[in-house]
Design a protein around this ligand. Sequence first.
Ligand code: SF4
Length: 253
Amino acid sequence: MSAFLALKSGIIYGPVSSRRFGMSLGINLSPTKRKLCSMNCVYCQYGPTEILQATAKDAELPKLSDVIWSLEQVLKQDTHLDQITFSGNGEPTMHPEFPDMVEWAIQLRNRFMPKAKVAVLSNGTMLGNADVRTACDKLDRCVIKVDCGRAETFLRYNRPAKGITLESVLDGAKQLKRFYTETLLTAGRGGNSNPDERAAWTEIIKELKPVEAHIYSIDRPPAVGTLKLVSREMMNKWAREATDTTGVTVKAF
Ligand code: SF4
């Protein structure tokens, strides 16, 4: 049996209890049979990205009408939710109708669950697209992956599709009105947490000024087996020191 996390089998999943976001209902805008992503992160919980691609085709993706219907069925049940999160089997902003999905999710939230936040967890590779940025700016929480501060580390750690660079992701993020960052820290060979990496990351966070920077480590076997967990003690220390240096609230989870 694979040690990787099983792919989500439908459009809606959860709700799951999240340390960061409370009771969170997931929306999967990717196919159910494979991961759809513009990155191939060394730690990905779904294992390697078999087809690395910068954009997605409509035919294999869930339809807007199905997403609306599925979300409405769950929200009507009046289950307590803190957040509705676009995430799932890959990169949600690659769905060509992501901006419409956001509009509808916000409308349904307003109607059925007005206190819940609507959020996206994104790798930021579509932020060069103005429509995606506009949609992200409508969300309560737009969380962008920033795992490192060096271009070469980005290439070996996040292993993006051709043409995607750390600079292109950061340029897109800088054009958002407000956003959070998330960083998956690992130790061991191929990790991103040695002192040089840490210094470069801290500089980037200082420059980006996210609402908050979230750091966490792996909790299941990564795609690359040489990576190791970063201890809770080390993450807490990192968060305290980075908060002091950057002026940004850095939280360890
Ligand atoms: S961006 Fe997310 S889904 Fe894509 S490879 Fe990285 S961790 Fe996996």
